[in-house]
Design a protein around this ligand. Structure first.
Ligand code: B12
Length: 274
């Protein structure tokens, strides 16, 4: 991808690039990378198919003999955002209930996505794309679910925030997205959030879990401030921390939970909230 990008930039007049000459050489642009970079490969599907190491699609998907529910499952796993609504409409039209689409199609699909991510069969961009497909599917099916009187399993309420002084929120947003798409209710307080604001939100919403994110060594200490303030106010709630600079040892030192990413967060929350 990088080589192709460099090659294309050179063809467009790039005069000076800072790069490691031992690691990069000018090769012909790679067709798959070029299509992706030029926006000609919707959702990067061809690029992913060409370069993902392991095949994860069910064999029947290729033969086109999947049931409507399996079609929906495959669409979430393959992040087919363009067709997910039509697939849901087809399934509903063929008489499958919205609850069954949810319980036997969408939820197992996003669970499978989590497993593939953990096994490193798929990577973060695919995880995000699948989560977005799931989000689209869930919002599309919600009216039909309400008509069905669908009672999803009630899941935990989670408050998420990037701590004071830290404006890095990409990771926190991904974790929030993944939690929502696993059925958790998430209140996202944003970034650069003071300890006082987090504690105010805890008092107001009484969440089951508070997720804190920090990306800098200078801001990770602010996680402790939030926890200390909540403890001093005798607020009962579980904390979960994450972000590139924190680890399990730091979480242990604060007496709180740690998760390395969104999928791990789903597991930890399911374990700690009964
Ligand atoms: C993008 C970025 C920025 C963007 C942020 C945009 C945004 N809206 O977030 C911008 C350009 C604004 C930025 C600014 C700065 N940045 Co910056 N930035 C990065 C960069 C390149 C990527 C971070 C990122 O988004 N990663 C991708 C996400 C998906 O990963 P993640 O955040 O780790 O999240 C995953 C997990 O950690 C976990 N997770 C995250 N949060 C949580 C929370 C919970 C509860 C759980 C369970 C899990 C979890 O799950 C996520 C998904 O898998 C990193 C370098 C790097 N490679 O990490 C530097 C980096 C974090 N930045 C750094 C610095 C120093 C700064 C600046 C101070 C630079 C400056 N001098 O102005 C400012 C900070 C200003 C401030 N007050 O915050 C340093 C921090 C060094 C340190 N260790 O302290 C880094 C490491 C770069 C470096 N090598 O020096 N930055």
């Amino acid at each position: 991808m990088n080589k192709t990008f460099l090659n294309m930039a050179k063809a467009r007049g790039l005069k000076l690039a800072i790069l490691d000459p031992a690691r990069i050489n000018m090769v012909r642009p790679n067709k798959y990378a070029k299509d992706l970079l030029l926006g000609r490969d919707s959702n990067g599907i061809n690029f992913i198919k060409r370069y993902s190491k392991k095949e994860h699609r069910p064999v029947s998907a290729k033969a086109g003999v999947l049931s409507p529910k399996d079609d929906i499952k495959s669409a979430v796993i393959d992040a087919d955002r363009d067709n997910i609504k039509d697939l849901i409409n087809n399934a509903l039209k063929s008489g499958i209930s919205a609850s069954s689409i949810m319980n036997e199609g969408l939820i197992p699909a996003i669970t499978k996505v989590g497993e593939l991510f953990e096994k490193k069969v798929i990577f973060l961009p695919q995880l995000i794309a699948s989560s977005e497909t799931m989000k689209k599917a869930v919002s599309h099916i919600t009216p039909a679910l309400k008509r069905d009187g669908f009672q999803g399993k009630k899941k935990a309420l989670v408050i998420m925030a990037t701590v004071e002084g830290d404006i890095h929120d990409i990771g926190k947003n991904i974790v929030s997205l993944i939690l929502r798409n696993h059925g958790f209710e998430v209140i996202d307080l944003g970034r650069d959030v003071t300890a006082q604001s987090v504690v105010k939100a805890i008092t107001e919403y009484r969440p089951d879990v508070v997720g804190l994110s920090a990306l800098m060594t200078t801001t990770m200490a602010n996680m402790k401030r939030v926890i200390d303030l909540a403890v001093s106010k005798k607020l009962k709630c579980r904390f979960l921390i994450g972000g590139a600079v924190v680890d399990k040892a730091y979480a242990d030192s604060l007496g709180v939970n740690y998760a390395k990413d969104g999928i791990d967060a789903v597991k930890v929350i399911n374990r700690i909230v009964v």
